[in-house]
Design a protein around this ligand. Structure first.
Ligand SMILES: NC(=O)C1=CN([C@@H]2O[C@H](COP(=O)(O)OP(=O)(O)OC[C@H]3O[C@@H](n4cnc5c(N)ncnc54)[C@H](OP(=O)(O)O)[C@@H]3O)[C@@H](O)[C@H]2O)C=CC1
Ligand SMILES: O=C1O[C@H](COP(=O)(O)O)[C@@H](O)[C@H](O)[C@H]1O
Length: 476
């Protein structure tokens, strides 16, 4: 399997929104981890930006605090070397000179790779892009955009046009960290590298696909953002659609980046527009509107379950049932292919569960195969058994968390784990009916439950594969 490896000799990362929550939780700890694993070029620097003034030393203290809180790596002698490469400056704007322009130009003239990471609210993507273009800081640069990249088909189209006015698609890295998860990346390896699975991956053998990300998390820490977003924008049109495309890929000619991305784009074109009446259930947990920062009459969805249809030969009539929600009874990130009942001499045996290929995409990932076996004993009695392979048992297991993996890919110029303009265009097309007058009203559900019972009609007779406590298929 080849990748587009294009490792730079030196790096200048401009981290826009460096004092924000995402920078503290994900970006800075990821850079520290990459540094400690010797996965950064020998020469590198981070320039953090923000709208307020701050000295370099204050920024270094801020980064230290963030790493203490959010990094698992020790702040030992390596920290001092890391800190020596940090600087801070006020944010670039369109209508004023920027003090960093000359310094950045000097670095890039010497061959440094310039990466702008926009860890800022989506409303700031356009002004910062324009400002960077105005100061000629986009030529040959790579630009990382956080999610959501647009909040409606219209705002996506507008942002996409602006971005393409100044950047080639190859320069643009739109993060969807679910694509960077080890477990997600294992989906196509599992399928294409194992004859055992390759032939089952179609409508002939698969009755239903469930992509299930229930969460126990509350939203009180980010109420303002969440109330303006909701589960379907935060998770469905983004992560769950991307994972669905990863499951549903047509077989690419190779696993090269271009072939893989093209296969993902192709399957997105087959996504049928959601039918909000028949195929979508929204929910809101009881007590949501009492949270500070949430409107008293908010109709924001904190839960969504949707049946997605993929209109191509491989998946015609196979429902892809996608579910996620906050404050649910258990947490999981699981893709399950529920297989059809066997034909032949054992057809009609109804005492056991269906076969299933179930992949946990959280952490390092785990594969479970639900199989039917003979119960030991003199009679021919059937039983269900689950074979499990935890991917952190695979040698050598040195995985990177999704954000570190995504940043590493940006440095390598490897775009396989990023969304593209084409996939997002199709995602918004398929999702658009849920933004219209047909959007169902969210149904109430109790915190700690599995969400509105109405969603049970979206899955087959076996129900939700995840329905125990925690990340556990039912019956475990
Ligand atoms: N936090 C998280 O866990 C996740 C966040 N994201 C995405 O990451 C991005 C950043 O999120 P998060 O860090 O939580 O958000 P914050 O609200 O913490 O904003 C990040 C920083 O952006 C700067 N900023 C805010 N408004 C503007 C503006 N209008 N122009 C320029 N800079 C601005 C602020 O810095 P200053 O005041 O110093 O200028 C702020 O510290 C968002 O797109 C979000 O959707 C995605 C997944 C998870
Ligand atoms: O992007 C988001 O993802 C998280 C779930 O992802 P994880 O990798 O942290 O498990 C979700 O909780 C959050 O609402 C959403 O914005």
């Amino acid at each position: 399997m080849t990748t587009t490896r294009d490792e730079p000799e030196s790096l200048l990362l401009v981290l826009h929104g460096a004092r924000g929550d995402l920078a503290a939780r994900m970006v800075l700890p990821s850079m520290y981890l990459l540094y400690r694993r010797a996965l950064l070029p020998d020469e590198w620097r981070i320039i953090g930006t923000g709208r307020a003034e701050m000295t370099d030393d204050e920024f270094i203290d801020h980064v230290h605090d963030a790493l203490e809180k959010y990094s698992d790596e020790p702040l030992d002698s390596g920290w001092h070397d890391f800190a020596a490469r940090l600087a801070y400056t006020t944010e670039v704007t369109e209508d004023a000179p920027w003090e960093q322009e000359q310094a950045i130009g000097d670095q890039t003239n010497k061959g440094a790779l310039l990466v702008h990471y926009l860890a800022v609210p989506p409303s700031a993507f356009a002004p910062i892009t324009r400002a960077l273009a105005k100061h000629d800081l986009l030529t040959d640069a790579r630009v990382v955009y956080e999610k959501p990249f647009g909040t409606s088909p219209e705002s996506f189209t507008e942002l996409d046009a602006l971005v393409h006015e100044h950047l080639d698609e190859e320069q643009v890295f739109r993060i969807d960290h679910f694509l960077a998860k080890e477990g997600t990346q294992n989906l196509h390896v599992l399928r294409f590298a194992n004859e055992l699975f390759a032939h089952s991956w179609n409508r002939k053998h698969v009755a239903e696909v469930q992509i299930d990300v229930p969460e126990t998390l509350d939203v009180a820490q980010r109420a303002e953002f969440y109330d303006a977003t909701g589960a379907s924008l935060d998770m469905l049109v983004t992560h769950l659609f991307q994972v669905a495309s990863e499951v549903a890929l047509e077989t690419p000619d190779s696993l090269d980046v271009d072939a893989l991305v093209a296969a993902r784009e192709e399957v997105f074109r087959s996504f049928r527009e959601l039918d909000p009446t028949d195929d979508v259930v929204l929910g809101q947990f009881t007590g949501y509107t009492d949270i500070d920062g949430v409107d008293d009459d908010s109709t924001t969805d904190t839960y969504v379950a949707a049946r997605l249809w993929i209109d191509n030969e491989r998946w015609q009539d196979v429902p892809f049932v996608l579910r996620t929600g906050k404050m649910l009874a258990g947490a999981a990130q699981r893709v399950t292919l529920v297989l059809r009942a066997p034909r032949g001499p054992m057809a009609g045996e109804s005492t056991v569960r269906p076969n299933a290929i179930s992949v946990s995409i959280s952490g390092d990932g785990e594969i479970e195969l639900s199989t039917t076996v003979k119960r030991p004993g003199p009679e021919l009695e059937l039983a269900s058994g689950i074979a499990r392979l935890s991917l952190d048992d695979v040698d050598p297991g040195a995985s990177l968390p999704p954000y570190a993996s995504a940043i590493h890919d940006v440095l390598d110029g490897d775009r396989r784990a990023f969304t593209t303009s084409a996939t997002l265009t199709e995602a918004w097309r398929a999702f658009a009916p849920l933004l219209g007058p047909g959007r169902p009203a969210p149904e109430p559900y109790e915190p700690g439950s599995w969400g509105p019972a109405a969603a049970d009609r979206l899955v087959g007779d076996e129900g939700w594969w995840v329905r125990g406590d925690g990340d556990t298929p039912h019956g475990d």
